[in-house]
Design a protein around this ligand. Sequence first.
Ligand code: MRU
Length: 371
Amino acid sequence: MNVDGKPYRTIWREEETGRIWIIDQAALPHAFLLRPLDSAVDAARAISEMQVRGAPLIGATAAYGFALALQEAADDQAMEAARSLLLNTRPTAVNLRWALDRMKAAVADLPIQKRAAAALGEATRLCDEDVRMNESIGLHGLTVLRALADQADGRPLQILTHCNAGWLATVDWGTALAPVYKAHAAGIPIHVWVGETRPRNQGAALTAWELESHGIPHTLIVDNAGGHLMQTGKVDLCLVGTDRTTASGDVCNKIGTYLKALAAHDNGVPFYVALPSPTVDWTLGDGRRIPIEERSPREVTHLRGLDPAGRETEIRIAPEGSPAANYAFDLTPARLITGLITERGLVAASRAALAAMYPEFKYRGSRPDDD
Ligand code: MRU
């Protein structure tokens, strides 16, 4: 996507130097900073500290991190150490494990001296594929948006999204926002309600920044406003991303997604989830077994922002001593989901439908009753 007229991806390899670069999302929306990743440790830190975030981008960063590790040492022990370092950064997005498994499989049978170059090539391929998958999600999602817009009698289609599932959450295009970009480009009038997404405010900081940069009409709301908007007929559809979706179609996404799905269900508002296939965990049927990340309570008790002088600052909003809990994701059961928008098309959130769309990925769970 373009930033100030220049095309960017969220992670890329600079041809001239061979260096890997990222956009530092912890600095957005107040500063647009690029940072190099020179080692697997840099990549692991960038994921843990959420300079990069969003399930597909976490996977892409881990892939480059693995490739960087192999430039230092590429024997089996070094590969296992790099895998473990990167895998332990964040627990919920399954794209992380998927990317590391793919990277290992691509090089494990090669002679040690050939592994580093092969890993770099594989990481670049993985990133290019992510871009293609997301653009394809955008085109399939466009069909969904166009059909709903046809019923809106020329008024802007009202889309509610949560967290950031835009191009910043992927290598490019995004998942939930890819159809929004395609619809905007196709001249379909749209307006996006952007939930701020406490506590880290990915909606306010990142989704709003993306939409503003692209001139897409949007309005920022507090997370708790979603139900009211749906009840008063101001939302035509919800469209969100996911960090891990089970083989049965249960969707794990940013905390607060479940409450929006409940409100959508109660008000007859379609609830769509956009995802590329590497976000499906084919080893799980029951979403209640997905590990939910718990982050620092400080993200709940404190807020970050700019002070009147334009300096980044942090303020406390809770009494000193009050404990806080910070669950980063929640689970939306398949029954609350209208459809999954994948790179292969629209599919029901069910084991049978997912298996029919992806026959090459059979459910590999250990529990027959895991549905
Ligand atoms: O904690 P984050 O910012 O990594 O969480 C990101 C999300 O929950 C996104 O909705 C999800 O990764 C889908 S991104 C295409």
